[in-house]
Write a protein that binds this ligand. Structure first.
Ligand code: ATP
Ligand code: MG
Ligand code: MG
Length: 406
């Protein structure tokens, strides 16, 4: 089934066409969450057509998309049918049916980034193996399949010990920490037990978390966005500060590691590289997302080319845009659901009302059909002349709330 604003299917052997620099390809996006929505917003400015595949009829991206196929992005027949309507396929979520993408690629369907990239990334353990084979620094890790294995890992890596689900993780939902050997079994249970494939990571004693968005065009050209600092709360991204306040050397190292990591993956698009900065100035890779990412939302207001525009440019084969900042500083604040249902909506709307009174603040509301506690419902970006000023302004917006920045 397709919604009424869907376009008529285009031919399968669709030639790549550019009209005045704007592409006539239909970009098919697997997933229609907030990232899909912001891709649609960027696409509409550039006269690029984005069609989405998402099972939820009123998902975030639906109303802004050129077409919406209401069905699962994890079902083979559906993904095949969707591919026929699009000139190039891309993703806003990595938990998609990668076998089908691989099959379609063999039949000549254009997937950007490549299915091989999605395969590596959708399994975090496989991702870690891949990056360690490519000489990227990361926390030590090992597979575990029973409680004895977890105990052995604890003896080798010490505590706290990070236990992670290999697949289907987001917003920290696949992570559990064991603070001692006694805590292992409850951490494993919290992740659904060993019926889910698990692995462990040595605790990374980071002083800051950093992220770098790297874009690669179809011709292989690469550009990097400025390094940002991400602040997580309860494993969920809470605040992003751009640029990160780190020494020049750290900046260079983080950018080099990010570029090297993305260089080991195939295909065009933007990639977000999450990093840990340790006390002794080391950079360790946490994970990579093969798509636009929460750590790049502030690029909409603070960079010459947003990560969403950049992703579209990359996948349709337009020249990459300028990733540099056009404002001295920016802060992005995620609006997370504070409560389920109406109570949550009310709190979020009060927050937005306060943000609208602050100079340099932009509000993004994702228009999700349901409000749930800890769900990403929108974000606020502040731009201005210094990080100090922006922190004050954000504190002003958050003033009615218990949590403040710093
Ligand atoms: P995302 O929403 O970014 O996809 P995720 O569910 O994939 O998140 P991770 O990125 O693996 O989860 O971890 C979430 C957060 O947990 C990290 O940003 C970091 O704060 C913390 N974390 C993850 N791995 C480690 C580690 N080995 N040591 C210490 N902290 C860690
Ligand atoms: Mg993740
Ligand atoms: Mg992460």
């Amino acid at each position: 089934p397709c919604s009424s604003h869907e376009a008529s299917p285009i031919s399968e052997n669709n030639e790549k066409k550019h009209v005045h620099g704007v592409s006539e390809l239909i970009v098919g996006v697997l997933g229609g969450g907030q990232l899909g929505r912001m891709l649609c917003q960027a696409a509409s400015q550039m006269a690029i057509k984005v069609m989405i595949l998402d099972p939820s009829e009123n998902c975030s991206a639906s109303s802004l998309s050129y077409g919406h196929m209401v069905d699962s992005f994890d079902d083979s027949a559906t993904v095949e049918e969707f591919a026929k309507r699009c000139g190039v396929l891309t993703v806003e979520i990595e938990h998609v049916d990668v076998e089908t993408l691989e099959k379609l690629e063999k039949q000549g369907v254009d997937c950007q980034p490549k299915a091989s990239t999605i395969r590596i990334i959708q399994d975090k353990y496989r991702q870690k193996v891949h990056f360690s084979q490519h000489g990227i620094p990361l926390p030590e890790f090992m597979e575990i399949s029973d409680i004895e294995g977890a105990e052995r890992a604890g003896e080798i890596f010490g505590y706290p010990l990070m236990i992670k689900s290999k697949r289907l993780a987001y917003d920290g939902r696949g992570n559990a920490v064991a603070n001692s050997q006694d805590g292992l079994s409850s951490a494993v249970t919290a992740l659904g037990g060993f019926s889910r494939s698990l692995y462990v990571e040595k605790w990374a004693p980071f002083v800051k978390e950093l992220a770098v968005i790297v874009a690669r065009g179809r011709d292989g050209s690469m550009v990097c966005y400025p390094v940002v600092e991400t602040v997580h709360r309860d494993n969920i991204c809470h605040i992003v500060k751009a640029p990160a306040d780190v020494p020049w050397k750290t900046n260079k190292l983080a950018t080099d590691v990010a570029q090297k990591a993305v260089g080991s993956l195939e295909g065009a698009g933007v990639f977000a590289v999450e990093l840990f900065l340790t006390e002794d100035g080391q950079i360790l890779l946490n994970e990579v997302a093969p798509r636009p990412h929460n750590s790049g939302h502030q690029t909409i207001e603070s960079c010459y080319t947003s990560q969403f525009e950049q992703h579209l440019r990359a996948v349709v084969g337009l020249p990459l845009g300028d990733p540099s900042m056009r404002t001295p500083a920016s802060i992005m604040y995620n609006i997370l659901g504070e409560d389920d249902g109406e109570a949550g909506f009310k709190l979020a709307h009060q927050l937005i009302a306060r943000a609208l009174c602050v100079p340099g603040a932009s509000v993004h509301w994702y228009d999700k059909p349901e409000m749930r506690k800890q769900r990403k419902m929108g974000h606020i970006t502040l731009v201005g002349r210094s990080m100090g000023v922006l922190e004050q302004r954000l504190n002003c917006i958050l003033s009615e709330k218990s949590h403040q920045v710093n």
